[in-house]
Design a protein around this ligand. Structure first.
Ligand code: PEP
Ligand code: MN
Length: 334
């Protein structure tokens, strides 16, 4: 349930509502809104009796929330969430492109790619320092040295950086070095990691698990938000499919479906969906046309030598062409 306060409600009236919620054994979470304060009731095992609240001073409405994902749902918050990053907003009407290699391999590699994607219009640099690999014998990333390279990229180019946390130790480090913490497809239901990400004050880019339904994905976001971190960006990266022509199936229907059900921003990662470079730009254009709030694209200046995901990485020139193409597709440009 959502308790909506009058726009002139006093601090004492808001406190009284919070105290009432807590006295019932539930959790009260104030929701950031436009004009007025709204207070979400969480951890209630069954329906909440709205008559307990509607007559309290300062309360104008009690709205039942039917969805199991409360904080994520549009029932709870009607306005789109805009993620405020240093010098940059991401969300509805603020289209942002994230680009970079799958993995940070060296300072030279990262800086060369960062300069190229920046020149083409990307605002955020991606690159894994900790890589979740299917095989333990595959390249696992540079770890902390990779994070230091990302910091250097940030200083030298002014691009913000996003990188993946794969466990609790790396999460602590990533939260210190990066502007956005990525939780990858393989960890989408690592609930203790999600909770920890929720306790940081950094935006979290939450990829859809490779078998996850929309509800499961929303519940994963709810884990993060229920810890007090409202800055979640959803990223559609494709789900397992029967076809062999692409690595995964980019599920474009999630873009309008997320928009309908949730206030959170949704971006698309056509690179991990495609698995091969010749498909990436078409999928990216389709995702933009479907109304996503941003893209995440893998780019490498020497993909044939890349330590991971070279086959799906665009050459910088291809990325630049793509950026030109999507200008005309994105509502309001970017
Ligand atoms: C990545 O972004 O490099 C990555 C590993 O993605 P995903 O979790 O979508 O497979
Ligand atoms: Mn990758």
């Amino acid at each position: 349930m959502l308790i909506v306060m009058d726009k002139d409600a006093t601090g004492a009236q808001i406190k009284a509502v919070v105290a009432k919620i807590e006295s019932l054994g539930y959790e009260a979470q104030p929701m950031p809104g436009g004009e007025r304060v709204a207070i979400a009731i969480l951890r209630n095992p069954g329906p909440v009796n709205e008559t307990l609240f509607v007559d309290m001073p300062g309360v104008i409405q009690a709205i039942p929330v039917s969805r199991p994902y409360k904080l994520v749902s549009r029932e709870m918050k009607r306005e789109d969430t805009i993620i405020h990053l240093p010098g940059l907003d991401l969300g509805r009407g603020h289209f942002v492109v994230i680009a970079g290699p799958c993995a940070v391999e060296s300072e030279t590699q990262a800086l060369i790619i960062a300069e190229r994607v920046k020149a083409a219009g990307a605002r955020i640099f991606r690159g894994g320092a900790y890589k979740p690999r299917t095989s333990p014998y595959s390249y696992q990333g540079l770890g902390k040295a990779g994070l230091k390279i990302l910091r250097k990229v940030r200083e030298e180019t002014g691009l913000l950086v996003v990188t993946e946390a794969i466990d609790h130790d790396s999460l602590r480090m990533v939260a210190e070095y990066a502007d956005i913490i990525q939780i990858g497809a393989r960890n989408m239901q690592n609930f203790s990691l999600l909770r920890c990400a929720g306790r940081t004050r950094k935006p979290v880019l939450l990829k859809r698990g490779m078998y996850a339904t929309l509800d499961e994905w929303f519940m994963a976001a709810e884990y993060i938000m229920s810890e007090g971190n409202n800055q979640v960006i959803l990223c559609e990266r494709g789900v397992r499919t029967i076809g062999e022509h692409a690595r995964n199936l980019l599920d474009l229907a999630t873009i309008p479906a997320v928009r309908r059900e949730s206030h959170l921003p949704i971006i698309a990662d056509p690179s991990h969906a495609a698995g091969r470079r010749d498909l990436v730009s078409s999928l990216a254009r389709a995702a933009v046309a479907a109304g996503c709030d941003g893209l995440m694209i893998e780019v490498h200046h020497e993909p044939e030598k890349a330590m991971s995901d070279g086959a799906q990485s665009l050459y910088p020139d291809q990325f630049q062409d793509l950026m030109e193409q999507i200008k005309t597709l994105s509502p309001g440009g970017w």
